[in-house]
Design a protein around this ligand. Structure first.
Ligand code: NI
Length: 178
């Protein structure tokens, strides 16, 4: 075994994590986040999940039928786990709990997955951003999304994104800067 400086380097060195650009979609692209109430609730849950998993929230936008996030890797977990918790909490609060939710019953009723009780598409898109250029590009994409989809004429008019926080205005959630 090689003797080094006598300290556990792996625990002390702060390895910068590569941010993830994450996209996930409502089930069958239904507009489950079309209402102000639902988007407000989803933003609140995003803040709670960020606090619990301690990832950096660099950017986000909640669109009527999908979500884009720019986050760092949670220190003691994975983006996939954090997103699973976010998706479950939003789903439970907005759609109500499934009446049948034991694995035995799900197996007994394989058509359960086909029922429109689902809130989210199962899969989500995750891209590691290895450069400052890519991070900036995705952040701009996130903030431009409501304008591109003709929901508003300027990003400032869509409070369910990180735009306001990035320009130092009142925002629903604080953001982290890399
Ligand atoms: Ni989009």
């Amino acid at each position: 075994m090689q003797q080094s400086s006598g300290r556990d380097v792996s625990k002390e060195e702060n390895v910068p994590s590569v941010p993830d650009f994450i996209t996930f979609t409502c089930y069958q692209r239904r507009k489950f986040l079309a209402s102000v109430k639902n988007r407000n609730l989803a933003v609140r849950i995003l803040g709670e999940v960020r606090a619990r998993f301690q990832f950096k929230l660099i950017g986000y936008v909640l669109m009527p039928d999908h979500v884009h996030l720019l986050i760092s890797e949670p220190p003691c977990s994975s983006p996939a786990k954090a997103m699973q918790v976010f998706k479950q909490r939003v789903s439970r609060l907005l759609r109500g709990k499934k009446r049948r939710n034991t694995s035995q019953l799900v197996l007994a009723f394989p058509e359960e997955d086909a029922l429109p009780r689902r809130f989210w598409q199962r899969r989500y898109f995750d891209m590691n951003l290895y450069s400052a250029y890519l991070i900036r590009q995705k952040l701009d994409y996130i903030h431009a999304n409501p304008v591109k989809e003709k929901l508003v004429s300027h990003p400032r008019d869509w409070p369910w994104s990180s735009w306001s926080a990035h320009v130092g205005q009142d925002a629903m959630l604080a953001v982290d800067f890399l």
